[in-house]
Design a protein around this ligand. Sequence first.
Ligand code: PLP
Length: 405
Amino acid sequence: MKDIKSIRNDFPILQKEVYGRKLIYLDNAATTQKPQCVIDAINNIYLNFNANVHRGVHALSDMASEEYEKAREKVRSFINAAKKEEIIFTSGTTGSINAVAFSFGEKYIKRGDEILISHIEHHSNIVPWQMLCQRKGAKIKVIPVDDSGQIIFEEYLKLITDKTKLVAITQASNALGTEVPVKEITEEAHRHGIPVLIDGAQGIQHGTTDVRDIGCDFYAFSGHKIYGSAGIGVLYGKEKLLEEMPPYQGGGDMIKNVTFEKTTYNDLPFKFEAGTTNFPAAIGLARALDYISELGLKDISSREQKLLNYATEKLQGIDEVQIIGNAALKIPVISFNIKGIHHYDAGMILDKLGIAVRTGNHCAQPALERFGLVGTIRVSLCFYNTTEEIDILADGIKKVIEMFA
Ligand code: PLP
């Protein structure tokens, strides 16, 4: 792996100061910073070949279309999908999950059916299923988690019935850091013929993801959490299912033929890409995937795990800090509270010290309620963070404690 100094130099924003202090960015689970090569790739589109994709016969449109389809192929190989047709560009994880909730839901969910989710889902993997259940008269069932924040596998097994029509589960919790055994969950669901959707928003950026190895039927992720820009996401779906599902949005590009009486839909993946997609962001995402592949996903994962261990030990060394979520397998996310100090107050003081952390419920209210909490402070690390930054965080936390003493 490149040395940390040159990695950090790849990210212009990391050289910034806030309030006259060096920026320490520890909010990577919310969104990651962008390397210069991704910024350049997106700039290059607007400077050199901006035109709508799949529409023009002219040179610029051809170039844009070609780069867009190359981006799709890049995503396919990155997650090891079998076919390019299984990769649908969406607006983000939320867009991808809603697409499945509407489209799969329309076709397969009926009154009395059950959808299994876990207690540690992001709101994006709760609300679309609730909305679907309201439309169809179906029901959500929730897999409980233990005190470490890991799902209880035996309880999962008990919840599977002949009414279960989908398991929708996160690969990793954004609120607690728990890495969920999605492969085992998928295998078990498939034993009962139940399809599985995985919310990969917090999983894909931390190591190798192989959708065929996991075996999942749908996989969703966001470009902005994996060093690409906002406004782009991916829905992977197995071809057979996607073929059977109706489109959830109508418009340009998703059609073959339109009359006032009848429309025939386009082939995959275009059937699910109505209207002008965010093609510059898709092309930027492909560059981001190249960038992290060049760094090495195994090296990224091992560096991040070292940072996680270092930060966990540092925070455990402060008496007033209580970490929530101690699963054996975690992504580099640490959620904690400081005894007697509101998480917002702590977050605001840390901010003034140049340290960006997230505070609040992390869009995972039920996950925090499980631990009797309304919010935490969340530190989320990635490969460009350093142990020095973690030291400064620990000093900052001690300063917060002193101020409130
Ligand atoms: N799922 C998880 C686990 C997340 O952490 C997030 C965002 O934080 C989302 C879904 C939603 O992602 P987006 O807002 O990019 O659609």
